[in-house]
Every structure is written in structure tokens, then in C-alpha cells.
Write a protein that binds this ligand. Structure first.
Ligand SMILES: NC(=O)c1ccc[n+]([C@@H]2O[C@H](COP(=O)([O-])OP(=O)(O)OC[C@H]3O[C@@H](n4cnc5c(N)ncnc54)[C@H](OP(=O)(O)O)[C@@H]3O)[C@@H](O)[C@H]2O)c1
Length: 261
């Protein structure tokens, strides 16, 4: 069970996994801070969730690649609810990046959202979490943040980088009672493929991958927020993909060759 009236800040809450996670948290009495750029989508979700009993949803339109905006958003959330108990660092974008065709400007933009944005968000909530000696941070990585796929190496690198921060901070923040969960979704049915910074909605293997619904992933994220495992997955397939990659990397190389762009 999630303790009552936790305040949960979710980035990338306007659609996809973030919106599904907000809906899954809204089965409990919670305060939800919904962060993304799209004001109308955030407002519509907040209206939907505020119609439920014991749910307070506050939409805050923010670009997570902008440090001042993040800090203002966290302050607004603290003013509204007094504290932030859980941060779900979920905002993210993908891009196609085959070798020899890297768009560096888009790659930097991607890192500014997926990596620096998540890190700036952690830095912004840290002072209040430290002061209350309690906090939970869920970093939404990806199974391709544990095993890179051909054609999307820049995106994979941003998730590996996020995992690195999770591992460092998990130890650094232990004495402050701030816990970090790394969550690794597999291919999920969202608009992620349509929102890529560059390239078509494919990693070379579209149609061959096992697809999970955003609702299932959102529920698994809430479960991870309750049980706080070190590493969390939405499906057995996603967990097996990562374990197989660690135990048999050459075999996985052979399997993943078919996903070449
Ligand atoms: N879908 C998958 O197959 C899959 C698999 C593994 C991991 N993931 C990860 O799961 C997370 C959610 O992805 P999704 O599938 O739900 O994708 P999505 O449907 O495209 O949603 C992405 C969310 O991120 C927000 N966002 C993007 N850029 C932003 C920015 N600069 N500032 C603030 N918010 C921003 C978007 O909102 P606005 O456009 O309104 O800003 C949107 O709410 C990402 O981190 C992704 O890497 C997805």
C-alpha cells in the first residue's frame, strides 16, 4: 500500500507512460504534480484526476531541459503541497542515430532532456528531501539502457548515463534516507515513436518487438514506488532481456543483428 497523501512529482506526465503512471497513482489518496511542456494535455489530465475523491493534481507546464524553469516548478509544488515525497523522472525523447549519420545538435537536445533534465530535477528536489530525511526517486530508464540496440545508440547512451547517476546517488544519499529505483521499460505502446527528434518510428525491428501497454507499465511503476526494489521491470520479458544480455552478450549480439537500420 502507498501511504496516504504522498506528493508525487511526475515528469513527462502529459501522455504515454507518465500519464498512465499518474492515473495509476490516482487509485490512492495522493497529491500529483504533473510536469511536461504541453499545457492543454496536462490540464486535461489534471481535470480528469481532480474529479476523483482524495486526489489533488497540479499541472505545471515546464521544459525539463531548462534549469530555472525546473527550480520554479519544484518551488511551486512545494508551495502547494509542502513537500515532495516521490519524484518520477520520466520525461524523455528518442532519436534515430545510425553510425555515420549522427545529428549532434539533436543528440545534445536529447541528452538535455533524458539525462541533464533528469539530473537537474533530482538536484531541484534534493534540498527538501534532505530536510525531511525522506524521499524516493524513480528514474525511468529503458531495457536498452542496459543493452544498447543498433540504430539508436545515442538514446541508449542517455539511459546508460541516467543509470550511472542512479548508481552513484543511491549510495551517496543513503544516509539522507533518499532511495533510488531504476525502472526499465521495454517497448511500450505510446506516441514515443512519433515524438522522435530524428528518424522514423522504428529501431529497425518495429513489428517484431514485444509491446506492453502504458497502463501496465504505469501500474508497475506504482508497484515499484511501494516496494522500492533497486531495479524494476514491467514484464518478465524485459527482465529476461536484460539478464540474457548480461549473461550471454555474444548470443545477444547475434539476436540483435536483425535490428540493424
Ligand atoms: N515507449 C517505449 O517503448 C519506452 C521504452 C523504454 C523507455 N521509455 C521511456 O519512458 C519515458 C516515457 O516515454 P513514453 O513512451 O511515455 O513517450 P511519450 O509518449 O513520447 O511521452 C514522453 C513524455 O515526455 C515529455 N517530454 C518530452 N520532452 C520534454 C521536455 N523537454 N520537457 C518536459 N517534458 C518533456 C512529453 O511531454 P511534452 O511533449 O508535453 O513535453 C511526454 O509527456 C521516456 O523516458 C522513455 O525514454 C519508453
Amino acid at each position: 500500500m502507498l501511504p496516504d497523501h504522498r506528493t508525487i512529482l511526475i515528469t513527462g506526465a502529459s501522455q504515454g507512460i507518465g500519464a498512465a503512471t499518474a492515473r495509476a497513482f490516482a487509485h490512492y489518496p495522493v497529491n500529483l504534480v504533473l510536469v511536461a511542456r504541453s499545457r492543454p494535455l496536462l490540464q486535461a489530465l489534471a481535470d480528469e484526476l481532480n474529479a476523483k475523491q482524495n486526489v489533488n493534481a497540479l499541472p505545471i507546464p515546464v521544459d525539463v531541459s531548462q534549469k530555472e524553469d525546473i527550480q520554479a516548478a519544484v518551488q511551486q509544488a512545494l508551495n502547494a503541497f509542502g513537500q515532495i515525497d516521490i519524484l518520477v523522472n520520466n520525461a524523455g525523447v528518442g532519436m534515430s542515430s545510425p553510425a555515420g549519420q549522427i545529428d549532434f545538435e539533436k543528440g545534445r537536445q536529447l541528452f538535455n532532456i533524458n539525462f541533464w533534465g533528469a539530473l537537474m530535477m533530482i538536484e531541484a528536489v534534493l534540498p527538501s528531501m534532505r530536510a525531511q530525511k525522506d524521499g524516493l526517486i524513480l528514474n525511468i530508464s529503458s531495457i536498452v539502457g542496459r543493452r544498447s540496440m543498433p540504430g539508436i545508440g545515442v538514446y541508449c547512451a542517455s539511459k546508460f548515463a541516467l543509470n550511472a547517476i542512479s548508481e552513484s546517488f543511491r549510495l551517496e544519499l543513503k544516509d539522507d534516507n533518499i532511495r533510488i529505483v531504476s525502472f526499465y521499460p521495454g517497448v511500450t505502446a505510446t506516441n514515443f515513436g512519433d515524438n522522435l527528434l530524428t528518424g522514423a518510428a522504428s529501431v529497425g525491428g518495429k513489428g517484431r518487438a514485444k509491446v506492453t501497454s502504458a497502463e501496465k507499465v504505469g501500474k508497475a511503476i506504482v508497484k515499484a514506488a511501494i516496494h522500492e526494489p533497486r531495479d524494476a521491470y514491467a514484464t518478465l520479458f524485459d527482465r529476461a532481456f536484460v539478464w540474457a544480455s548480461l549473461l550471454a552478450p555474444r548470443l545477444m549480439d547475434r539476436i540483435l543483428l536483425q535490428f540493424r537500420p
